[in-house]
Design a protein. Sequence first.
Length: 144
Amino acid sequence: MAMSVGSDSTHEDEGIVDINTTPLIDVMLVLLIMLIITIPLQTHSVALDLPQGNPPPSTVEPKVVTVAIDFDNSISWNGTPMSSEADLQAHFMDAANQPDQPEMHIHPNRLADYKTVAHVLADAQRLGVTKLGIVGQDQFMEGQ
């Protein structure tokens, strides 16, 4: 008679009573993968009414105002030095009150203080200037 190893039982014909769950887990994983593959991707879209065709080109050239901030933080309006902050704000208010606002091109020197540039931008926005941009950024590019 053979000796059974690792069992306290003396009966040789005892079967394993536990259910084998491995096939059940395999079936569940296959079903889960099939479910993931068949679910459509959710797209977040917004319906917009876009104009059809190309708009006609503008016949009027926009007026451009250049506000330069020099290395010593002095500010000039189209080449005319501004004597005070109130003078600059008056120019911004005049430009903002025009029916067709001019484009404001802020041209800071690379050595100008950030505080001065931010202050000029904040004044322009606060006083109602909507066409505002910073130009001359090529001087800040690496490798030049």
